[in-house]
Design a protein around this ligand. Structure first.
Ligand SMILES: [Zn+2]
Length: 98
């Protein structure tokens, strides 16, 4: 199994498997982030993903999820910011589907 090292802001260095990582590309061009839930403290984490990391994930079959705000929401000018809870929900949903 491929292991990836990252950091939890609370626990320090953590080892993750690729299945633990969710790669999220912001459709409005704000960049790509990876998120995971720390196995030690269960806190959701998210960090900017650089292009090398994205390539690495793609090589291992993990395509980024593209987040696009709904059009009517954009026209109304009220894009709700993505919160930790949103990411956590997404993560859990994906794990259930997998
Ligand atoms: Zn932690």
């Amino acid at each position: 199994m491929v292991r990836v090292k990252s950091r939890c802001w609370k626990c320090g260095e953590v080892a993750l498997s690729l299945e633990d990582i969710l790669l999220v590309e912001h459709g409005d061009g704000e960049g790509t982030y990876y998120s995971f839930i720390c196995s030690t403290c269960d806190m959701a984490q998210a960090y900017p993903a650089d292009s090398r990391f994205i390539d690495f994930m793609r090589m291992n079959g993990c395509e980024p999820i593209i987040l696009v705000p709904p059009i009517d929401c954009k026209e109304a000018g009220e894009d709700p910011p993505l919160t930790w809870d949103d990411l956590l929900d997404l993560h859990l949903q994906l794990q259930e589907e997998a």
